[in-house]
Write a protein that binds this ligand. Structure first.
Ligand SMILES: Cc1cc2nc3c(=O)[nH]c(=O)nc-3n(C[C@H](O)[C@H](O)[C@H](O)COP(=O)(O)OP(=O)(O)OC[C@H]3O[C@@H](n4cnc5c(N)ncnc54)[C@H](O)[C@@H]3O)c2cc1C
Length: 291
């Protein structure tokens, strides 16, 4: 199928892009096109205009400091994944991006675009919510930041207004004495996951576990974050505690049956992956803040 007709704008300044979005409520931003173009081709989206932001070179950056990682709207998944500073400051970014589609798609698709696309089956919305990331957005009326936990309100639906352009994803640094991991089950390598789990584990000075949180993809309508700390009351990652965490996860997720997997199977995966991922995150706890 061919896309429905649309006009095409390629602004060279941010102001031009924001004016174009303000002028037309049915216009859409085109970033990497890895989600939008298939939707156009299937006529599941029919914007009146595409505002192509690929000429705004100033948005193509990945910057890291002791506070965290800032990812510009034109940073491709591959740019973030290969950035060693970003990896040192927040290792879950590289860990998660390695599971996003295939290298060719990561070379074009943007991490910020993935957030705005708001797919509960995608890795980065879940990871951003788990890490307490924020999205800096701009319109011709000004700028604001949206906490990732307030961004996702339904399948492919975010709280971004039609006239807003997402400029930057701000991801906090991993605190000292913390570790991260992510894993998922997909039918084929690079497919969207049937279920995925990312986790952050933090320990105290003595090495006892203090906090365990996990984010789930493909098992709810929006990214789901669950606090599993109560399963680790004695501070250890024992098999019994990991099993208890898996039980909490199984009860918390709310998957649906579709052509790829039944709800029961996805729920089962949430429990198994929770045990596996939390154990891995705990094993990777770093005792020093690494910059
Ligand atoms: C075969 C295939 C497999 C894939 N598998 C996975 C996967 O396993 N996991 C995964 O997470 N993703 C997967 N993707 C999607 C990929 O990660 C996309 O790159 C990403 O979802 C969207 O980024 P984009 O830059 O391509 O956005 P686009 O496709 O350009 O845009 C997506 C949406 O976001 C809006 N948008 C984009 N950027 C902005 C902005 N700066 N401000 C405001 N609105 C904006 C657009 O208007 C559009 O509505 C896959 C894609 C394909 C084609």
């Amino acid at each position: 199928m061919k896309p429905a007709p649309f006009s095409y704008l390629r602004p060279t300044t941010l102001e031009e892009a924001l004016s174009a979005l303000a002028a037309d409520p049915d216009a859409k931003v085109l970033a990497g096109g890895q989600s939008l173009v298939p939707l156009l081709s299937m006529r599941l989206a029919h914007p009146s205009a595409l505002v192509d932001i690929n000429g705004l070179d100033e948005l193509a950056y990945v910057r890291s400091d002791e506070d965290g990682v800032r990812i510009g709207a034109l940073a491709r998944h591959a740019d973030v994944e290969s950035d060693d500073s970003a990896w040192r400051v927040q290792p879950l970014l590289r860990q998660a991006l390695g599971l996003v589609a295939h290298p060719t798609i990561r070379n074009r698709g943007t991490t910020v675009g993935s957030l705005v696309h708001a797919d509960a089956a995608a890795e980065m919305p879940a990871v951003a919510t788990l890490l307490g990331a924020r999205l800096l957005v701009a319109s011709s009326e000004g700028r604001r930041t949206i906490d990732a936990e307030d961004l996702f309100i339904g399948p492919l639906e975010s709280t971004l207004r039609h006239d807003e352009l997402a400029l930057e994803l701000q991801v906090p640094a991993l605190p000292a004495r913390s570790g991260t991991a992510i894993d998922e089950v997909a039918r084929r390598h690079g497919d969207y996951a049937l279920c995925g789990v990312a986790s952050v584990v933090s320990v105290g000075d003595s090495g006892a576990i203090e906090s365990v949180r996990a984010a789930y993809l493909s098992v709810s309508l929006t990214p789901l974050v669950v606090d599993l700390s109560e399963a680790f009351a004695d501070g250890t990652a024992s098999d019994a505690n990991l099993a208890a965490a898996g039980e909490i996860a199984t009860g918390a997720v709310d998957p649906e049956t579709d052509i790829h997997a039944s709800a029961d199977y996805r729920r089962h995966l949430a429990g198994i992956l929770t045990r596996r991922v939390v154990a891995r995150a705990h094993a990777s706890v770093r005792t020093e803040e690494v910059r």
